[in-house]
Design a protein around this ligand. Sequence first.
Ligand SMILES: [Zn+2]
Length: 391
Amino acid sequence: MQPTILIDRVRSLVNRSRLLETATQLVSIPSPTGDAGNVLDELDRMLTHEGFSTQREAATHPKAPAVLTRLDSGRPGKCLQFNGHLDVVHLPFVPPSVDGNLFRGSGSCDMKGGTAAAIEAMRVLRDGKLLNRGSILFVAHDLHEAPWGLGHQLDDLIRRGIHGDAVLIPEPLNQNLPVLGRGCVTWKVFLKRSGAPVHEVMRPADEPSVIAAGADLATRIGKLNATLSQCEETLAGKPSAFIGQVHSGEIYNQYPQECMLEGTRRWLPGTDSTVVEREFRSLVAAVEREHRVQATIEWRFIRGAFSLNTGDPFVAAFQDSYRAVSGSPLPTGPKLFVDDGNSFSSTANVPAITHGPRAGGQHTVNEWVDIDDLVRVAVVYALTAIAFLND
Ligand SMILES: [Zn+2]
């Protein structure tokens, strides 16, 4: 546990109005996923103006290169990453505004507010010369929000080894410390027959039925799900195969040419996602063969599975800091939704903690974030860095 004097020092260095001004600047620039170049440019300018040296990485997306900054203690050691996405879902733009203790606007909750808090933590560490070992790597990027982005800009950085030894992600999640989460793919299957559209009574007797093929595929996926659900219950649930949509036909008496099914496939850590894909493709291939239809599969990999080793010193550093601020450690829990933590965990086995401000309205036009809680997050981030990096 950090000494009270250090906690007080960190608290006194966090500048609430500077943090809010940063959040306001970030929210004031529209940045729908794929098009976050302007806000990343502005962030680059802002950090450079404050004396941070920045680096830009296109990482598969030259339209909006990611912004990287390092805060180096000057002594070798571990590297803690603060990671934020500055893209927002494609909804009408809502400009920034302050309403009492709430800050509103597009991305205020998800996750420009939290990113501003991480930036404030970095300033605190610099202004107070609080790091005596190692470094902070701050990364802000685009291409987070599906379906417009699939995390591939960040994935590219991680694959190229551009990441910290541990990561804090200020997404608006703070009721528990997520330790386990499923990986996820969304899939779409189109089953087609080659014949022309035809009245049902005119069709050739042996013409393949795409609806029968679709029903068969639905049955097979149901059986797969039943098998998967026999596995032992975990904190993050069980692996699953799910169908959310089936569509075929135009009118009641025309013989349909296509049947479309769409759904998800989720798996737990320890499962190879390429095996998951092969298994699914072989189900579809069997249907294709037996029903004499042609199948097209869209297999969209969202994020790999997530796990956090609670015995990692990084987790202790975070929990100590959280307790110093809030009085007790954060209970552990599941990660119900995938986020960038899944990419760090599944791609590079880097421990990642998603923890951000009290906020709401994500993926709506009514986003908000609690300003006092942004201050709390900045304090927790700075303390975690000190506990993790300084020996
Ligand atoms: Zn987010």
